[in-house]
Structure formats: structure tokens, C-alpha cells
Design a protein around this ligand. Structure first.
Ligand code: GDP
Length: 441
């Protein structure tokens, strides 16, 4: 999402940065480009109009601090206004006596059932004891789908098939959760292909019976302004506390995410970023704004790394490094940790200045490299991994054949490893007096 918008805004600001002084006309031209980029991204036109007006007013009256160029000041203003537009960070209200009830509502196919599973999974990682309730009796197989998700995750699902009225299922589900001391209940309600009266009445009834703390609309980001209209209708009728946009990993233009808060007043709370059950991210307006403007998203990167990297392994490694031991097994472990962070190209997008590089790289080339290295190391004997010096010509040929690579690949890997080992040795040199020498030193 936002790829095209991001590219256009960045090239506008690049052109602006080329000018030392900015005239009112320069700002005007840039703002016209921003306006077109936003409209092309399918942002609601009223939202665009107000946005550009506010940026222009601020830009023209802005004081340029000594440390910044005028173009940077404009980017900063756009950044701040984007954050403002996107609303506050998505937080769930889980206060009050347990169990907290979360109702998920939305149209069919929006990803509601999948999101119920993802949200339960996320809550459990936050230390909660969630339970799911299958109250979507309308879509064939939705109940079964939720049961399967629950089973995969090891999270309990209250289900009663498709016969009982959904409000009854919901109420009994909440009662069961209370009885069994689950602290959060997520109710998957029915959707329809379009909004209709019967659906709204059913949702109103469920709301009255279970008193939810959160009513979250699950909306497909790919549907653009239609998602905003759906949110508006649901909000007016049953009152939403938030939106979860799904399929953000697709090539949605992003206009819905940029418009929804301004048009409906409902904040975005989470983004669904893939089909897997851990592909759900709490919404951070500041990070998204930075990402759109190509300023990188270091915070998300750090958070992701913290969640993924096994700290006990990291500590063990640190100790080995300090003792000057670092072998191919450690090397492999490091690569495996890195791989857990997700596709390389997705990581690049999060690093400042690297998002442009993503397009320059053929997709997944770096991941292929990683796989190759992994295969090579896996083809070595334990002894070879611990003491790579013993790897002679015939061993190299065996390793290459075993990993489906060439002797050249094996040599390349050993060279990389030796360089890394050398740098680490220098880092952990006796007395800590030696300083690290960088390759370009
Ligand atoms: P429901 O009818 O609203 O309950 O929809 P489902 O949960 O069955 O989801 C519909 C389809 O969207 C499924 O194929 C899901 O795997 C897919 N889906 C849901 N969320 C996401 C997401 O964030 N990204 C992607 N790529 N697919 C998603």
C-alpha cells in the first residue's frame, strides 16, 4: 500500500530540495503535485482540499530553522499534517471488569474471520487469555473456519453451529468466557455482501446483549473509498470504536486509510498485512507518515527485531564473541534469526533511504542468497562448521555437491565468513584497545 503515492511525494520533495530558496510559487507548484498524488491515491477529495490548504498556510508562514533547509521544513509540515490526518495510535480499550468484549463487524470477504484469529493471537502475545466466539452463521463455513483457526492457534472457540440466533450464541459465549476466566472475548459476527437492514438489526441486538467495549469494523483496504462509505454507515447505525484495515500488503492505493479518520471520525486501530496469523500490526500514524514520505520506519524495524530475536541466543552469542569464538554455526544461527524478520525487501522498505532500493532489486534475490548460504552450511559436517580451516578442495567439492551449489559459492561464503571473523576478533581484541577497522578504513 502507498507505494505509488510515496514515490510521487518523494519525487516532488526531491525537486524542492534542489532549490536553495523557496518562493511562494515553488510551494504552490509542489502543493499542486501533492494534491494530484493524493487524489490519484484515492483520498477523499474534500480531505485532500483541506489537507493541501493547511500545509500551504503553514509552509508560507513557516520559520526556517537554521539547521533545516526550506524544503525540509515543507516535508516536516507535510509529515505532521499526515500524522494529524491519520489520527491517534491504535489502542484497544481493555479496561473494566473482565471479560472485555470485542465485536468484529464488516462485510463478507473483508477478512473478518481471519482477523478474529489474528487479533486473538496478538492479544495472547500481549499476555491476555482470549477466547473466540463464532457468531457468523450467515457465511457458509465461517464457523468451521474459526474453529480451525482456533485449533491452529490453540485458542478456545465457542461455537454452536449455524442454527441458534447469533445474539444468543454471543451471549452464551461471553458467559462461558466469564466462567472459565478468559479476559478478552472476540466475537466474529456475520457479514453480508452489502449492508442490509437484517444485518444491522442483528448487530444491534448482539451489541445490546454483550455490551462490547470495542466494536471494530474490519474493512478491505483494496476497496478504497467504498470502505469509507461502509464505515460511515456502520458507525452511524451501531457506533464503531475503530477500524482494522486488511490486505494492506496488497497494492491498495491507500486513500481509504488516509480518508477514514477525517470523514467518519473513527480511528484506525490495526493493519492486516498478510494472510498469516501473525500478520497484524497495531496502527502507528507517525510511522506510517514516515513510511509514506520515505523517511523509513526504524521504530517498526526495531520492534519487529525485538519480538523475533531470541534474547537468550543473542546473549550466548555475545559471550562467544567476547571469547573470540565465532564459527560457521553461529554464522548460520545469525542468518536464521535474520530470516525470521521477514522478506528482505520488506525490511529494506523500513530502513531510511533504502525504500527506493527495493525497486532496484529483483524480487527476493537476497533471500535466495540467504537460502544458498544456509544450504552450504547445512552440507558441512559439524567439525567443518566449528573449524572451517580444515575445508580443503575435496571437502569443498563435496559440500558444493551436497548443497546444489558450486565450489565458487563455497569459496565466496568462506571468504565472507573469514572477513566477519576478522572484524569480530578486532572488536574483541585483548584489552579492548584495538579499534575496529572498517573495510574502507
Ligand atoms: P470474512 O468473510 O470477512 O470472514 O473473510 P475471511 O477472513 O475469510 O478472509 C477473506 C480472504 O482474505 C481470505 O482469503 C484471507 O486469507 C484474506 N485476508 C484476510 N486478511 C488479509 C490480509 O491482511 N492480507 C491478505 N493478503 N489477505 C488477507
Amino acid at each position: 500500500m502507498f507505494d505509488e503515492l510515496s514515490e510521487k511525494l518523494q519525487s516532488t520533495f526531491d525537486r524542492l530540495a534542489g532549490k536553495g530558496q523557496l518562493t511562494e510559487k515553488d510551494v504552490d507548484i509542489a502543493m499542486r503535485e501533492v494534491k494530484i498524488a493524493l487524489l490519484e491515491a484515492d483520498v477523499n477529495f474534500k480531505v485532500v482540499r483541506d489537507f493541501v490548504k493547511r500545509v500551504k498556510e503553514k509552509a508560507i508562514g513557516a520559520e526556517v530553522l537554521k539547521s533545516l533547509t526550506p524544503a525540509q521544513v515543507v516535508v516536516k509540515i507535510v509529515h505532521d499534517e499526515l500524522i494529524d490526518l491519520l489520527g491517534e495510535a491504535g489502542r484497544l480499550d481493555l479496561s473494566g471488569p473482565p471479560p472485555t468484549v470485542i465485536m468484529l463487524v464488516g462485510l463478507q470477504g473483508s477478512g473478518k474471520t481471519t482477523t478474529a484469529g489474528k487479533l486473538a493471537n496478538w492479544l495472547r502475545k500481549q499476555g491476555h487469555r482470549p477466547m473466540l466466539v463464532a457468531a457468523d452463521t450467515y457465511r457458509p463455513a465461517a464457523v468451521k473456519q474459526l474453529e480451525v483457526l482456533g485449533e491452529q492457534l490453540g485458542i478456545p472457540v465457542h461455537s454452536e453451529g449455524t442454527e441458534p440466533p447469533p445474539p444468543d450464541i454471543a451471549e452464551r459465549g461471553v458467559r462461558e468466557a466469564k466462567h472459565k476466566a478468559y479476559d478478552v472475548v472476540i466475537i466474529d459476527t456475520a457479514g453480508r455482501l452489502q449492508i442490509d437492514e437484517a444485518l444491522m438489526q442483528e448487530l444491534e441486538e448482539i451489541k445490546a446483549r454483550v455490551n462490547p467495549r470495542e466494536i471494530l469494523l474490519v474493512a478491505d483496504a483494496m476497496t478504497g473509498q467504498e470502505a469509507v462509505n461502509v464505515a460511515d454507515t456502520f458507525h452511524k447505525r451501531i457506533g464503531l470504536t475503530g477500524v482494522i484495515f486488511t490486505k494492506v500488503d496488497g497494492d491498495a492505493r491507500g486513500g481509504a486509510a488516509l480518508s477514514i479518520r477525517a470523514v467518519t471520525g473513527v480511528p484506525i486501530k490495526f493493519l492486516g498485512v498478510g494472510e498469516k496469523l501473525d500478520a497484524l500490526e497495531p496502527f502507528h500514524p507517525d510511522r506510517l507518515a514516515s513510511r509514506i514520505l520515505g523517511m523509513g520506519d526504524v521504530l517498526t524495524l526495531i520492534e519487529k527485531a525485538e519480538q523475533t530475536i531470541d534474547t537468550s541466543k543473542a546473549e550466548k552469542l555475545e559471550k562467544r564473541l567476547r571469547q573470540g569464538e565465532f564459527d560457521l554455526e553461529d554464522f548460520l544461527e545469525q542468518l536464521q534469526q535474520l530470516k525470521k524478520l521477514g522478506p528482505f525487501t520488506q525490511l529494506l522498505e523500513l530502513i531510511p533511504g533504502m525504500s527506493g532500493l527495493k525497486n532496484a532489486l529483483p524480487a527476493d534475490v537476497t533471500e535466495r542468497e540467504l537460502k544458498k548460504i544456509e544450504a552450504i552450511i547445512n552440507s558441512m559436517t559439524r567439525e567443518e562448521r566449528r573449524n572451517p580451516r580444515i575445508i580443503n578442495g575435496s571437502r569443498k567439492r563435496r559440500i558444493a555437491a551436497g548443497s546444489g551449489t558450486t565450489v565458487q559459492d563455497v569459496n565466496e561464503l568462506l571468504k565472507q565468513f573469514r572477513m566477519m571473523q576478522k572484524m569480530i576478533k578486532q572488536l574483541s581484541g585483548k584489552g579492548g584497545k584495538r579499534r575496529m577497522r572498517l573495510p574502507f578504513d
